[in-house]
Design a protein around this ligand. Structure first.
Ligand code: SF4
Ligand code: SF4
Length: 379
């Protein structure tokens, strides 16, 4: 390896590392943010390589470590990684499906220094939850894991991805999440990348359903004020302004894939023109500061109109590059969720047609076998 180049003053320090430890997962969620091309176990970084990544991240100024996947507990060395994160004073958050995590495993992770647990749920109704996860019995295992977390007094967030096939049950989902002991509930409308994009016609809620979901969360915030914190992620497709994707490209988050590729966001590999470096052949610090991929859309110099002259360009950073590419054909265009985008009207029409179709397509479940047939729709 060559010595790392210094970080230019214009490059901000990253605060978060999203470590996708593995793409293995027992569940098959049709909205999964993993790429359609899942990385195989044989290509995963070793324990020593991940520990080296954690060291490099801590040296770079990262404060929060999100241990994700796939299902991160599929890694038998997770306790070692958590212990090393604690040693380097990284705040560790385990993002899990909850499937297959026993009481003893959670106790071992907690003893290793785990700070926070995040369990995703598919619904409050066990039948619909298992149908969406694609695995019978998944829901019951999540309930059990939440109980283990309560017994260990481990800080718990419940994440509820919301879409057309559970949105009408949102009030019950929130009640259920609170009953599991969550002190933070994340109501996150599905983002349409990866598997979510491939399943958009089956998952996109109607505008009316989205409006109702906003109302349900507002009521819950009022009801649980001072007790439970609610985060709400709105679906892009009915917005007038895009979200600042990842807080801006290359501004705060580093995503490392199971094989060590370093990405500005988990969907970035959908932009084929970009080359992504790996921690196996370039220092993390150098990748963050100087790599082609991280600098491609960092800041505002790359922007075209209407973003270039827009008053919001340093608020939303032009929205999402992956979405701009998928729906307009050019990753440097304004995110078409923005009302100023020339493609916005088409997106609104598409959302109306797909969300109100009487006969939506069947779900494409996230399995390596179905990836080949999962055609990603565009605009
Ligand atoms: S979204 Fe579902 S399938 Fe994807 S990693 Fe999480 S639990 Fe597994
Ligand atoms: S024009 Fe670009 S910078 Fe302005 S609001 Fe739209 S996406 Fe954001």
């Amino acid at each position: 390896m060559t010595a790392p180049a210094p970080i230019p003053a214009r490059v901000p320090a990253p605060v978060g590392l999203l470590a996708e430890l593995t793409h293995r997962c027992p569940l098959q969620c049709p909205y999964c943010s993993n790429p359609l091309e899942l990385e195989r176990q044989a290509s995963e970084l070793s324990t020593a390589q991940w520990i080296n990544v954690l060291d490099q991240a801590a040296d770079l100024g990262v404060l929060q470590l999100h241990l994700s996947g796939g299902e991160p507990t599929a890694r038998r060395d997770l306790e070692q990684l958590v212990a090393h994160a604690a040693k380097r004073q990284l705040y560790s958050n385990l993002i899990t499906s909850g499937y297959g995590v026993t009481r003893d495993r959670l106790a071992a992770l907690t003893a290793s220094g785990l700070d926070h647990l995040q369990i995703s749920i598919q619904d409050s109704d066990p039948v619909n939850a298992d149908r969406i996860a694609g695995v019978p019995g998944a829901h019951a295992r999540k309930v059990a894991l939440a109980g283990f977390a309560r017994a260990l007094d481990l800080a718990l967030t419940i994440n509820a991805p919301i879409h057309r096939q559970n949105v009408d049950n949102l009030a019950a989902i929130i009640e259920f999440a609170v009953s599991l002991g969550a002190r933070r509930v994340e109501v996150a409308h599905v983002q349409y990348y990866g598997w979510g994009l491939a399943n958009r016609a089956a998952l996109l809620p109607t505008r009316q359903q989205v409006v109702q979901s906003i109302d349900v969360v507002a009521k819950a915030r009022h009801q649980y004020k001072g007790v439970v914190t609610f985060d709400f992620v709105a679906p892009d497709y009915y917005a007038k302004r895009p979200k600042p994707c990842m807080g801006g490209w290359g501004r705060g988050i580093i995503n490392v894939t199971p094989s060590g590729k370093v990405l500005p966001c988990h969907a970035a590999q959908s932009i084929p023109a970009l080359k992504f470096d790996s921690v196996t052949d370039r220092p993390l610090r150098d990748i963050w500061a100087n790599s082609e991929a991280f600098n491609a859309y960092r800041g505002t110099a790359w922007m075209k109109e209407p973003c270039r002259s827009c008053e919001f360009k340093e608020a939303d950073w032009g929205g999402c590059r992956c979405q701009a590419l998928a729906l307009t054909g050019d990753a440097a265009n304004a995110d078409p969720m923005c009302a100023k985008s020339p493609s916005h009207g088409e997106i609104a029409k598409l959302a109306l047609v797909e969300s109100t179709a009487a006969d939506p397509p069947a779900l494409i479940y996230r399995t390596p076998a179905s990836a080949a047939g999962a055609r990603s729709p565009t605009g």
